[in-house]
Every structure is written in structure tokens, then in C-alpha cells.
Design a protein around this ligand. Structure first.
Ligand SMILES: Nc1ncnc2c1ncn2[C@@H]1O[C@H](COP(=O)(O)OP(=O)(O)O)[C@@H](O)[C@H]1O
Ligand SMILES: [Mg+2]
Length: 270
């Protein structure tokens, strides 16, 4: 099979009948793969623009999911290939994100944002127990909502067709129901501090660093404009979202930057 993509969790191979196979790294937890299958199915059934998950596969060594294949490119690769498009694509990213948030998880098919964030904050070894307790108490004061949230919405998880008038959102492993402001805050944190895999092409790294601030400004501005949420509502979620991200196996530079952000914001709580 021909490899057509690679992320931090999996390799993507072309598969017969206009499908792809997402093959997870060997040590990847089964439960997380099953979650991705289940959550993708749930949001697909809601009519959201996501590739259909067709089959879950588990052999002795690796787990995989067969998905409908999307003919197109990720927003990230388009931004890097054609930097003049960055502003327009960032605004389109906001429109796409907002369209997910228009739907609610009335069936309770998805895990809740507060459960996920609380679990991750409890689990991180990069904060003291006292700081974790402060952040968790603060999180409990934030709004509780049931909108569809992606949990990892960034330009490598949105694909566009060639004419750029149709989009799909991929990679739903972290899908949850919650307050869209928290989902946008998570994208803010990723765009602000996220890095590409170390083995990515140096030109791609440079392109991403140049794009970072433009992406951040245009995406956030556009989201605020179309959703009517305020910058304060969004900002309120930065602390718990950044603290929860410390539970991911982040490269050291990212972790250091986030620890500083979290500690600055905890100081403001005290
Ligand atoms: N359904 C799909 N159709 C076509 N390409 C895909 C599809 N799903 C993923 N890809 C490609 O594979 C890459 C990694 O997929 P993704 O699901 O985001 O994996 P990861 O969890 O490792 O980030 C994407 O950025 C995209 O280029
Ligand atoms: Mg991805």
C-alpha cells in the first residue's frame, strides 16, 4: 500500500475503492482508536462534513480504521504551498469550526469537555497537586454546554477540495461535547505553541513559523465575528485547556512554553 500521509499517531495508506487506512503506531492504546471510530461515526450521522469511518481493524500487532478517502489537501499544506492564501484559509477555518459548534450532542454520544479536561489535568506530571486543584476548581466555574467540539482543531485536521469550496474535518479521536469557547481556546493554544513533527521538511517548518501569527489573528477574529462570543469568554478557557494539554507527550520546547503560560495564569487566580 502507498503511504499518503503521516501524523503523530498514525500512518495513512491509500486503500482500494476510494478509501484510506489509518494505521496507528504499534503502542497506541486500543481504547483511543475505538473512540476515534465511535466518535467519527456519531458526528458523521449528524451530517457534519467528516469522512465516513467504514471499518475498525485490530490484528495482533496494529490497529487501524478504514475511512472514506477525501480528494484534496489539508489546509496546512495549502498554507505552506501558497502563503498568499493564509489569511483567507484562516478565516475559512473559523467558519468551518463554527459550523461544527452549531450542532449539539443531545444523545450524549460524546465524552464531555469537563470530564476530558479534568482527567488530563489530574494526570499531568508537569504541575504540582496544589496547582492542579486550583485549575480544576476554576474549570468547574466555566459554562457547561453540549455543542459538538473537535478537541484538536487545527489546519492539519481540515481538508479542502481542489476548488477550495468544500471542506472536511478529520481526526476525531478527541471529539467531545462542551462549550465552543473551550474548543476555540484549544485551537488558540495549539496555533500559539504547537510545533510540527521534527522530521518535517525544514522549508515546511519555516513556512509554518511565518504563518503562525497570521493564522492565529485571522482565525480568532473571524470566529469572534461570526459567533458573537467575546474575547473574554474565549480567554476564560485558556488556563484549563493549556493545563490539560500538558498531559500530552509534547516536545520539550512546547511543554516549557505551556508550563510558563499556565503558571502565569494561575498566579492571576491567586
Ligand atoms: N480520509 C482521508 N482522506 C485523505 N487523506 C487523509 C484522510 N485522513 C487523513 N488523511 C491524511 O493523513 C494525515 C494524517 O491524518 P490524521 O487523521 O490527522 O492523523 P493523526 O492523528 O496522526 O494526526 C492528514 O493530515 C491527511 O493528510
Ligand atoms: Mg491529525
Amino acid at each position: 500500500m502507498r503511504r499518503i500521509g503521516q501524523g503523530r499517531t498514525a500512518e495513512i495508506y491509500a486503500y482500494p475503492s476510494n478509501q484510506i487506512m489509518k494505521l496507528y503506531h504499534a503502542d497506541f492504546p486500543t481504547e483511543a482508536v475505538q473512540n476515534e471510530f465511535r466518535i467519527t461515526e456519531a458526528v458523521f450521522q449528524k451530517g457534519l462534513p467528516v469522512p465516513q469511518a467504514r471499518l475498525y481493524m485490530d490484528d495482533a500487532t496494529r490497529k487501524g480504521i478504514i475511512f472514506e478517502r477525501i480528494e484534496g489537501s489539508t489546509m496546512l499544506s495549502l498554507m505552506i504551498q501558497e502563503p498568499v492564501l493564509i489569511e483567507e484559509l484562516s478565516r475559512q477555518m473559523a467558519v468551518c469550526h463554527h459550523s461544527l459548534h452549531a450542532q449539539q450532542d443531545d444523545e450524549g454520544a460524546l465524552p464531555t469537555q469537563k470530564q476530558i479536561l479534568t482527567g488530563a489535568i489530574r494526570n499531568t506530571s508537569l504541575l504540582s497537586e496544589e496547582d492542579k486543584a486550583l485549575v480544576i476548581t476554576y474549570l468547574s466555574t466555566l459554562p457547561e454546554r453540549k455543542q459538538i467540539c473537535h478537541g484538536d482543531f487545527h489546519p492539519d485536521n481540515v481538508m479542502l477540495n481542489e476548488t477550495r469550496d468544500q471542506h472536511w474535518v478529520i481526526d476525531w479521536m478527541t471529539g467531545m461535547s462542551g462549550d465552543p469557547a473551550g474548543d476555540v481556546a484549544r485551537s488558540w493554544v495549539i496555533l500559539m505553541s504547537g510545533t510540527l513533527p521534527e522530521d518535517a521538511d525544514p522549508a515546511v517548518h519555516r513556512g509554518f513559523e511565518l504563518a503562525r501569527n497570521v493564522m492565529l489573528n485571522h482565525y480568532i477574529q473571524q470566529y469572534i465575528q461570526i459567533s458573537g462570543i467575546s474575547r473574554q469568554e474565549l480567554d476564560a478557557w485558556i488556563l484549563p485547556v493549556a493545563a490539560a494539554r500538558l498531559d500530552e507527550r509534547l516536545p520539550a520546547v512546547e511543554a516549557d512554553q505551556l508550563i510558563k503560560l499556565v503558571q502565569d495564569r494561575i498566579r492571576l487566580l491567586k
